[in-house]
Design a protein. Structure first.
Length: 453
């Protein structure tokens, strides 16, 4: 007899990554008939504490077989994947086809999540909010600083407190797999600002290679087919929408430290690891661009150096922001200033990449908005007595938002669609085609999206 299921679609509390005990309670309350049995399989653990003394938490649902799954949520705190985590927790707790897997859910950056609290994803202006958007410096993202060698671990590293807790959680999963002789799967759930669904892998993932496109198509999302439009440093695809993982240096700026995918692979090269990217926005059809000289005047005024549209926009914006910093308190005094400083040269580097057609124009607009938002938020938070830099940076940010919307025709991906794309990508990696059918398809899904630069 097939048990009827209630799909869990929780309201997401703030900050964006809700407390795991609350997720656990909501999940089990949706299945009153087997609460007791499910709770016996699940444990909640505080792995450690962050730099600001927030708990870094994990949930484990024990399975009957030897295989282990790790699901990392919120490695980048500006990328909302908590609803996908809830869907997956629901499935691992209650779906018979997943009952053999032991799964560990880890929330990666509660401090960063708190600085994104209340942010909405319904438009570019709301996503890149001047009061709620924060993309930390790489050195302040715990999940990007895992040591790849014993020597790099001994050398310490940024935000060691939270990073060490994450490392110990991954070590637990690695040790469990070594003892059981089973397989290890590690999924890192990400949300790129704009574009298409794609994945990066290191070891062969045949089911993901075969079915990622179907997982994206099931909710009407496009699949990225060329690496340069994604904003990541990717090579040629190994399967539709699946690319080799970028190098540790491309991830963290260091050959000695990287993300959970690289950490797990370094200790267990046979583990199937995947960073799964689902966009917050997709491009609408047929952008209508003004002439290059109009773009230059719109954003930077008559004094701007003219040039080829986005390339000159990147260079002019980089120069304007650098000038504003001289009128502000030190960048190191706020997390927003440190985030801006860590990417201070990024816009001019992107200008060269766009000119060489090794990165997409849509991604370049997102990078512009990250930087203008970071500096504006630093100006507001640093207690500067001079309002002019904040006003000028905020005005520049708003002009670029208008231009980015005009170029990309950005359409927000409904949160449920994004969560289902993530969940189905995980499920097909584990189960093959059967993983596409664990959740009902929503009545409305993303549409009219295009893939391109």
């Amino acid at each position: 007899m097939t048990r009827s299921r209630t799909t869990l679609t929780p309201s997401v509390p703030q900050p964006r990554l809700p407390a795991l005990p609350e997720i656990l309670r909501r999940t089990f309350s949706a299945h009153a008939q087997d609460v007791a049995a499910a709770q016996e399989r699940a444990t909640h653990t505080v792995l450690g504490y962050t730099a600001q003394d927030r708990p870094l938490e994990a949930l484990t649902v024990r399975g009957s077989g030897p295989d282990t799954v790790v699901i990392a949520v919120g490695a980048h705190p500006d990328e909302a994947s908590d609803l996908a985590g809830s869907y997956l927790l629901d499935a691992f707790a209650h779906e018979p086809v997943l009952a053999a897997f032991t799964v560990h859910f880890v929330l990666c950056d509660p401090d960063g999540a708190a600085l994104n609290a209340g942010r909405e994803d319904t438009s570019l202006a709301r996503y890149f909010s001047l009061t709620r958007f924060h993309r930390p410096a790489v050195a302040e993202q715990p999940a990007l600083n895992l040591p790849l060698t014993a020597a790099s671990a001994d050398a310490g590293g940024p935000d060691l407190k939270a990073t060490l807790a994450l490392q110990q959680s991954l070590d637990t999963a690695l040790d469990e797999t070594a003892r059981s002789g089973g397989r290890l799967f590690m999924f890192d759930l990400h949300r790129c600002p704009i574009g298409a669904v794609y994945a990066t892998t290191l070891a062969p993932a045949p089911h993901l290679n075969r079915h990622l496109g179907a997982a994206a198509e099931s909710v009407g999302l496009p699949l990225a087919r060329v690496g340069w439009v994604t904003g990541d440093t990717l090579g040629a695809e190994v399967a539709p929408g699946v690319f080799p993982a970028p190098t540790p240096q491309a991830v963290s700026g260091s050959r000695a430290r990287a993300n959970a995918q690289r950490y797990v692979h370094a200790r267990n090269p046979r583990a199937v690891t995947a960073v799964l990217e689902v966009p917050h926005f997709v491009r609408g059809p047929a952008p209508a661009l003004p002439p290059a000289e109009e773009i230059t005047r719109l954003v930077h005024g008559p004094a701007a150096v003219p040039g080829s549209d986005i390339v000159q926009l990147l260079n002019n914006t980089s120069r304007s922001l650098a000038a504003y910093t001289s009128q502000l308190p030190p960048l190191h005094s706020t997390p927003f200033g440190r985030a801006y400083a860590s990417r201070a040269k990024h816009l001019t580097s992107l200008a060269r990449a766009v000119d060489a057609r090794t990165t997409g124009r849509s991604w370049a607009y997102m990078a512009l908005l990250r930087q203008t938002a970071a500096l504006a938020r630093h100006a507001a938070a640093s207690g500067s007595e001079n309002p002019s830099p904040w006003e000028e940076t905020a005005a520049l940010h708003k002009r670029i938002v208008i231009l980015a919307q005009r170029f990309t025709r950005a359409q927000a991906v409904p949160e449920q669609d994004a969560a289902l794309a993530h969940a189905r990508a995980v499920a097909v990696t584990l189960l093959g085609e059967e993983g596409l059918h664990l959740w009902p398809t929503p009545s409305s899904s993303s549409s009219s999206a295009v893939v391109g630069g």
